[in-house]
Every structure is written in structure tokens, then in C-alpha cells.
Design a protein around this ligand. Sequence first.
Ligand SMILES: [Zn+2]
Length: 344
Amino acid sequence: MLSAPLFVDVRAGAVASLGTLLTDLQIARQGRVAVAVGPSQGDGICEELRIDGAEVLRIPNGTLAAAVELGQRLRAGQFEAIAGIGGGKTIDVAKFAAHMAGIPMVAVTTSLGHDGIASPVSTLRHESGTGSYGVVMPAAVLVDLDRVRSAPAALSTAGIGDAISDLSAVADWELAAAEAGEHIDGLAVAMARSAALVVLHQPGLARDDEFLTVLAESLILSGMAMAVAGSSRPASGGDHEIMHAINQLYPGTASHGELAGVGALFCSYLRQDEAKVELISACLGRHGLPRTPGDLGLSDADFAKAVAYAPRTRPGRYTILEHLDLSEAQLADHVGAYVKTVAG
Ligand SMILES: [Zn+2]
């Protein structure tokens, strides 16, 4: 069985329809709605919403502790529903808290940094790193293009990297099916691959409404692919292992989507898939996204070290990295050749 949002709306000004949506879908019959917003969100959003009786709760950060505290407040306040308005962190915290309180959650996305918009996974920071927690799928997903456009440009372009990394993740899944007998879900593969290809081939730049709509739909589809698969498999392979490794070894290097994009390009290179390397490299380059260790501010040796460490970030996931099982010295040679290929 597939759990999917009851309602998906991607357009300019989508946030204004939140109030009617909550009533129409009977998500909150008595109007006991909590609205979770991040620290950067101005008070203006509350006036714009016009939901009578809604209580605004500010989320200090994207930690597990903040999510647990919010979950307790939701239970104590006997809320019927929560709307999370913001970027990735706010949505992740609200999703986890809603799951904990057993109430529906509406995701109102204001940036397109990664594919957690419509996914049953919440990614939160804790004492020793970052954890991914299985949660209930948002009941509705709104993407407000006006707000996406006014968010820093880097946020949306980063989502491009996360979207196209699905192509690499799917290749890893197919490899795991062929080499390790892992079960593969054809519908999840179809959704994840389509999500990546549509962004890869979409002309225009990330500020155009047409491009942003395609990107939003791609990220929603990618999240749905994870819901179909029952795991992050269709959207997270060696590409995301490299991202987690860089985050652990060199915190603060770059965003989720930027690192996923580089990881996908490097994994495609290791697969010797020249056509994909060319396509992904051209797309990342066109949108000004990083492609090489140097673009990330890392040395080639730092990057090789992270790739060697990457399989430890996700034990049990078979990808091109586990398949080739290269030493750090072997990887250093590959990274050198990779940089020459990509940088021309
Ligand atoms: Zn991702």
C-alpha cells in the first residue's frame, strides 16, 4: 500500500490557501492548528495565513531535541494538526513532532534544497551526528513559488544536485539487485529515475518559474519513490554515502544537495558510465553547482579519504563503493583522473 499526500499544490502564492485546505480536507475541524516556523521566518507569514485560532510555534533549530520538544507541546496543547512552514529543517522537525503526537502534518515548502518535501523520512541532528527517522507522510504538500524565488538562490539550485543523484542511486540499486540479490521495486525505480531525468534535461535556469515547478515536482516524486520503496534506497546510494562522509569528516563543507550532486557525478565516473558523467557534469556546471573537490574547498586527498570512509556511514547498503571496495590510495588515483575529466 502506498501512503501519499491527499493534496499537492505547486504554484505562486500557494501558502495563502493553507487555511481553506485544512478545513476542506477536514484535517483540522475545530481549528486547533499549530503553525511551526523557523527562526528566519518573519511574523508576516502568520497574517498572510489567516487561520483563526492557529498558534505559531517557533522552531529554534533542526535537532532531534527540538523535534521531541515540539512533539510534547503538540500533545499537551491537544492540537489537531500541524503545518510546518519553511525549508528543510523546519519541515523535518514538524514531520517528526507530528508523528510523535499522532496528528496530520501539512508541509509548506519555501525552498527546494532537497527531496525531503514529501517523504516519510525526517532527518535531524543529534549529539553524535545526523539521523534519519521514519515518520508518517505529510497529509498535504504546498510549494509556494513566490517564497521559493525569494529564498537565497543557492537553496534551490542545491536541490538540483539532490534530484539528479537519484540517477546514481537507482544505478546502485540495480547493481545491488544483480550482485547481491537485493529486491528491487520497479515503481520506485520508475519514479526516482523520471524525477532525476526531468531535471537533468529541463532547460532554463533555477530562477524561472517553469524550472522551479519542474524541480519541485521532481523532488516530490523522489520523496514518493522512497515511500513506495519503504526506504531511502531509490534516492540514496554511494552519492549520499559520500555526502554523509564529508559531513562527518569536514562539517560545514556544503549543503545536502551540493554534496549529493558531486557524489552522484563521482559515482557515475567510478561506474565508467561516460554518457551519464557528461550529462550530470553539464547540468551541475550549467547551474553553477560544485563538481570537483576543489569546488567544495577540499583537496583531492581529503575527498579520497571521505570516499574511502563513505561505506561506513551506511552499513548494509550495497553501492558502487562497496562493490569496487577501493583503498584510499586507489581512490586518490581515481580522484586525480576524475578531476581531469570533469574540469576538462
Ligand atoms: Zn538527498
